[in-house]
Write a new protein. Structure first.
Length: 355
């Protein structure tokens, strides 16, 4: 805020006597005063000035350019500079009108010294408040811009860190999945293909990216329980006996137990345990059915079965695509969720793994 000794006051009046009186009064109060006789002279002065005036005194009735006309130009050029209008007693209505058009106040001639000085000081205080508010607003805008840049940079850093962590986690889970497949060469690549198919089908069904990440982990690890099943049972090339089938079916619970001690894998335990449940409730291990099965479980049920059907097994050769899709159709409503099975075919999700 400027001190009182260097405040710039522009006074515009066509009456030389009034200009002289105003100049003497304001200079004695310590103001820097520029006195001009008309609008054109005042505008020329402002064009040459390095800084705008702190307050303007402006006569209403002037030749060539009226005070009202000059007021409009001044407010357009300097909206934060207060303008005090000088009016004769017969022009009170005009004085009031000038305030509606942006004047700070008006004084009736002849102007008394005390009233003139007090009004100017009020105008200067008003301008200082405006300038402070503008400065604060400008600083706030600059701070907001700076904050937005920092937030954007931090968001990008966090996203990059998240992507690296996600890749690390996915790579780690892939290694676990490969330990399963190392025991059973017939299933090599199966878990990753189920992951790819499950991700695609989930996105087609409207799942969000963050949730799909959990699905991918569950799909990769859905068969981890086979680590606890003997190779003789896994590689048997003919039908399993009832007792053998019961032992084999335990791989879902074994997988859940293996992962249950690791907090990171808690969200995908249900996929590992229930991916062999059927839509009609005749699957295993818990005979759950329909809507009681999470959508991701119903997705893995389809993708796991499809990849199994289109892969070689010890007891049979891989089915053709046409035959596997026909099996999905036959299993709708019994083994598979009908809507998801139709979506798998309609969106040609199988193209994600079949060349």
């Amino acid at each position: 805020m400027k001190s009182g000794t260097n405040r710039f006051i522009l006074a515009v009046d066509d009456d030389p006597a009034i200009r002289k009186v105003v100049g003497i009064i304001l200079e004695k109060e310590g103001f820097h005063v520029e006195l001009k006789s008309g609008g054109k002279e005042a505008l020329a002065c402002l064009d040459e000035s390095r800084e705008p005036p702190d307050t303007i005194l402006l006569d209403i009735r002037m030749p060539e350019m009226s005070g009202l006309e000059l007021l409009g130009k001044l407010k357009e050029r300097y909206p934060s500079v207060p303008v005090i209008m000088l009016t004769a007693s017969t022009d009170l209505d005009t004085g009031i009108e000038t305030m509606r058009k942006g004047a700070f106040d008006y004084l009736v001639k002849p102007v008394r010294k005390l009233e003139l000085v007090e009004t100017i000081r009020k105008a200067l205080h008003y301008r200082d408040v405006l300038l402070d508010n503008e400065r604060l607003a400008r600083e706030n805008r600059e701070y907001q811009r700076s904050l937005e840049v920092k937030v954007e940079e931090r968001t990008r850093e966090l996203f990059e860190a998240y992507e690296k962590l996600k890749k690390t986690n996915l790579d780690t889970v892939k290694v676990l999945a490969e330990t399963i497949e190392a025991k059973d060469p017939y299933t090599r690549g199966h878990c990753n293909r189920v992951r790819i198919l499950s991700r695609k089908l989930a996105l087609c069904s409207g799942a969000v990216e963050l949730d799909v990440e959990i699905l991918e982990y569950g799909a990769l690890l859905h068969d981890i329980g086979k680590i606890g099943i003997s190779e003789a049972l896994l590689f048997k090339d003919d039908a399993l006996t009832p007792d053998e089938k019961h032992i084999f079916q335990q791989h879902t619970a074994i997988g859940e137990n293996i992962l249950s001690t690791i907090e990171f894998f808690q969200p995908c335990l249900s996929i590992v345990r229930h991916h062999h449940e059927w839509f009609d409730g005749s699957g295993y291990p818990d005979k759950r059915q329909g809507s009681s099965l999470d959508r991701f479980i119903r997705i893995v049920s389809i993708t796991d079965s499809f990849d199994a059907m289109t892969s070689n097994r010890p007891y049979r050769r891989a089915m053709s695509l046409k035959a596997a899709l026909a099996e999905l159709d036959r299993g709708k409503g019994t083994q598979f969720d009908p809507e998801l099975a139709d979506l798998f075919k309609e969106e040609k999700v199988y193209r994600e793994v079949l060349s």
